[in-house]
Design a protein around this ligand. Structure first.
Ligand SMILES: *Cc1c(COP(=O)(O)O)cnc(C)c1O
Length: 433
């Protein structure tokens, strides 16, 4: 595990935010998502301070699809950062807690007409276009509302980031963005430039997620600034904004690099310094820099607590431990064979020398949480913690098999509180006719 002051082994017991995990279980039950507020705030602050110090004018926009609920927008706002949204629902949630709409970027390869209209009416800062007809539609909406909307265009710089196929988003073959190399990016820039009600202030790229190879980010900056230069020389366009997305890799298990917030900030430092050098060398105006980390802000802040149920030992093959959660609270193994660190929260000082596969309770053989984990001898009733579940777990949860989505508890300085309440069976049938 990637230990820190607020996530540690306290005399054989897992402690998060100053509270023993087993005490949280006594109070709230399992399955339970727990989020460490100190960690989230530290990441927000370290990222935005680094951006300010190393670059100057810019904004961290938390990619809220990683974990979205009212409280996370309140925290992001208190920390002075913006947010990145990908649906009307995320915009609505942010708006419900008075998040400053001008600090919101709205992304997506297929935003609906209703979502575009809602975004414009809400005063969203930047809409990131990803198609010609979307530009047409947005232009018309803005005309009807007499609003000139700031927009960016999603560009595909063609950077092959070394990560899982499904979370790699900037190869030429991608449902996202317009490729520079094929000339398609240049065409759409000219198209959007001519839209009366759209103010094309810059371009955006996001090259993937869970990226450790920092060189990928450097190449992306180089390619985007080359493109800015080309657009300046060929057409006289000078953009005032550049949005380089997120994608910083975090620690889950095994060989993943273990980093502190300061070390995570190295990603920002590298991007900022590469960009500063590039704009100077290429004779460009220094753009307002937007970065959109999601996973790295909330991922390691979160853990999921489960109670061990049935244990099935298949001789010479595998030991399965079934827990009271599964793919309905964490579908990432089923989606990408994601790896996790699992610990037995009250057996932290026992040697972990038995191999177990942690399975969920859903009716799917692929409903696995983590494969081949080393744990001490585990018995029914033990509490397990799966670490680094703060990103893309709650936000990807479902009611599959009509299981209840676990509540989310935020912890800080020894105090805990619900930020998402438990569901009830009544909630499950609420919209059924
Ligand atoms: C998902 C996404 C992000 C955040 O990615 P992380 O890997 O969570 O940092 C940022 N920008 C865009 C456009 C995204 O789609």
């Amino acid at each position: 595990m990637n230990e820190r002051v607020t996530l540690k082994n306290n005399n054989g017991h897992l402690e998060i935010g100053g509270i023993n995990a087993s005490n949280l279980v006594k109070k709230y039950g399992t399955p339970l998502y727990v989020m460490d507020q100190t960690y989230i705030e530290d990441m927000c602050k370290t990222f935005s301070d680094t951006l300010k110090k190393e670059y100057g004018d810019g904004m961290i926009a938390y990619a809220s699809k990683a974990f979205s609920c009212k409280e996370i927008y309140r925290i992001a706002n208190n920390m002075g950062i913006g947010a990145d949204t990908v649906s009307g629902g995320e915009i609505y949630t942010a708006k419900s807690v008075n998040f400053p709409m001008e600090k919101i970027c709205f992304h997506g390869n297929n935003k609906t007409t209703a979502e575009l209209k809602f975004a414009v009416e809400s005063g969203v800062g930047y809409i990131v276009l990803d198609s010609y007809t979307e530009a047409d539609e947005l232009d018309l909406i803005c005309k009807q509302l007499s609003i000139k909307q700031k927009v960016l265009i999603r560009i595909n710089p063609g950077v092959e980031a070394h990560t899982h196929h499904f979370i790699q988003t900037a190869k030429i073959d991608s449902k996202f963005g317009f490729a520079i190399s094929t000339g398609e990016a240049e065409e759409i820039v000219n198209y959007v430039k001519n839209k009366q009600n759209l103010d094309l202030v810059g371009l955006h790229c996001h090259i993937g997620s869970q990226i450790f190879e920092t060189k990928s980010f450097v190449i992306a900056v180089n390619k985007m600034t080359d493109f800015y230069k080309k657009l300046k020389l060929d057409y006289g366009y000078e953009f005032s904004v550049l949005n380089l997305g997120g994608g910083f890799g975090i620690y889950y298990a095994g060989d993943d690099a273990k980093k502190s917030s300061k070390e995570y900030a190295e990603y920002i430092k590298l991007i900022a310094n590469t960009l500063k050098e590039d704009v100077e060398r290429k004779g460009l105006k220094k753009p307002f820099l937007i970065l959109e980390p999601g996973r790295s802000i909330v991922g390691e802040a979160g853990i999921t607590l489960y109670t061990v149920g049935r244990i099935k030992k298949i001789k010479n093959i595998k030991n399965y431990i079934a827990v009271d959660g599964g793919m309905f609270d964490n579908p990432r193994f089923a989606l990408y064979q994601a790896k996790y660190t699992v610990v037995a929260v009250d057996k932290m000082n026992l040697s972990a020398n038995e191999k177990y596969t942690v399975a969920g309770k859903c009716c799917e053989s692929g409903d696995i949480i983590a494969e081949d984990c080393l744990l001490p001898n585990v018995e029914e009733g033990d509490i397990l913690a799966v670490l680094s579940t703060g990103a893309y777990n709650y936000s990807m949860s479902s009611n599959y098999n009509r299981n209840l989505i676990p509540p989310v508890v935020m912890v800080k300085n020894g105090e805990s509180r619900y930020v998402v309440k438990p569901q009830t069976y009544e909630d499950l049938i609420r919209n059924d006719i």
